[in-house]
Design a protein around this ligand. Structure first.
Ligand code: PMP
Length: 360
């Protein structure tokens, strides 16, 4: 038998599931358009000034980008009130999670995270050759921080806390997170994944950076993909202690924050007021969707993100198919639940109508 060219253990790995393409679905169903509520994007287009910044940067794309990403890191450092040496950027925050594992672990180490959580965690753990220790969510669909702390062993190098959690929208509170970080101890890297931070309205949900960012083992990861509207360009950043940020910058694929991304992220940051206005629309629609959906599914958890979670268990796939057959793409997680991204008010109306017809 010939020797295989790639790692056998990757065969068992689930592939990252991207949301279905709405244009394809619309064509299939003979509709003028389909609605995509599957990938947690904000539906209002790029922020003002962003397309122009990309066009301008495009005139220089025969040159390599600034590898140090200085202008963007300086701007972020000033906004977040941290030293620039504490910031690293990457091709989406998912790449930064990957780089953090590369920087902090060797094969055979363990990484602890709550499950169900962001679907990339098991994939990046497996590709790094580390053992994923998945701690089941509590009955309320949130992280079980006690059980997560108890799952830490002397092999654990990294713990992910996804706050708010994708896909359940739940969040951990200030006091429990503080106690958790204390209990985990200083020798484990605690990654606070705050991809949805801009949508948080509950005062009890801490800003990981201002409240825990100065601890030596805490890393806060954020993204431009959601509230800042740059999902298609790929930009994320992290704030860590200088040694950790430095290690990440060493393992990042060179030039992975490209020139158009750097310009676009800077332009997006200049449009902060508009970002906040749009986030407020999403937040008010989130409340409406949650209230309406609870009429069919009483245990929809409170969401602090830009999506809601329907814990439909065995009915998840069927509900996803029903929505898709009516031109609305949602994200079912088989046997578990369905995640629905908050869209425009009109999109949400359509979804609610379709959901009401599902006979839940
Ligand atoms: N973290 C969480 C919790 C997410 O939900 C996502 C996107 N789905 C990411 C990180 C990655 O986002 P990006 O790579 O687009 O920055």
């Amino acid at each position: 038998m010939s020797r295989r060219l790639t790692r056998a253990d990757l065969d068992a790995l689930p592939s990252y599931v991207p949301g279905r393409n709405p244009a394809d679905l619309a064509r299939e169903l003979g509709l003028t358009e389909a609605i995509k509520l599957a990938s947690n994007e904000v539906p209002y287009g790029p922020l003002p000034g962003v397309p122009e910044a990309i066009l301008e940067a495009a005139t220089q794309v025969h040159r390599y980008p600034d590898m140090g990403v200085l202008a963007l890191r300086e701007t972020l450092a000033a906004r977040l009130d941290v030293g620039i040496e504490r910031i690293a950027t990457g091709c989406g925050s998912v790449a930064l999670c990957e780089h953090l594992l590369k920087a902090a672990t060797v094969p055979g180490d363990e990484v602890v995270f709550s499950w169900r959580s962001f679907e990339a965690y098991p994939i990046i753990a497996a590709t790094a050759g580390v053992t994923a220790v998945k701690v089941p969510n509590k009955a309320d669909h949130g992280h079980d921080l006690d059980a997560m702390a108890a799952a830490v062993t002397d092999k654990t190098r990294v713990v992910f806390v996804c706050n708010p959690n994708n896909p359940t929208g739940t969040s951990v509170r200030r006091d429990e997170l503080a106690a958790f970080i204390d209990r985990v101890g200083p020798e484990v890297l605690v990654i606070l994944d705050e991809a949805y931070r801009e949508f948080v309205t509950d005062d009890e949900v801490p800003d990981g950076l201002t409240e825990f960012g100065d601890r030596p083992n805490v890393v806060v990861v954020r993204t431009f993909s959601k509230a800042w509207g740059l999902a298609g360009l790929r930009a994320g950043y992290l704030v860590a202690q200088p040694e950790v940020a430095d290690a990440v910058r060493k393992v990042v694929t060179p030039f992975s924050t490209n020139a158009c991304v750097q310009a676009a992220a800077l332009a997006a940051l200049r449009a902060e007021d508009e970002m906040e206005r749009r986030a407020a629309l999403v937040i008010s629609e989130r409340t409406r969707l949650t209230e309406e959906l609870r009429k069919f599914v009483p245990d929809v958890p409170e969401s602090q993100a830009n999506f809601v979670w329907l814990p439909l268990a065995e009915r998840s796939v069927e509900f996803g198919k029903h929505c898709e057959s009516r031109g609305v793409i949602v994200r079912p997680f088989p046997g578990d639940g369905v995640r629905v991204t908050v869209g425009t008010p009109e999109e949400n109306d359509t979804f609610l109508k379709v959901a009401a017809e599902a006979g839940l």
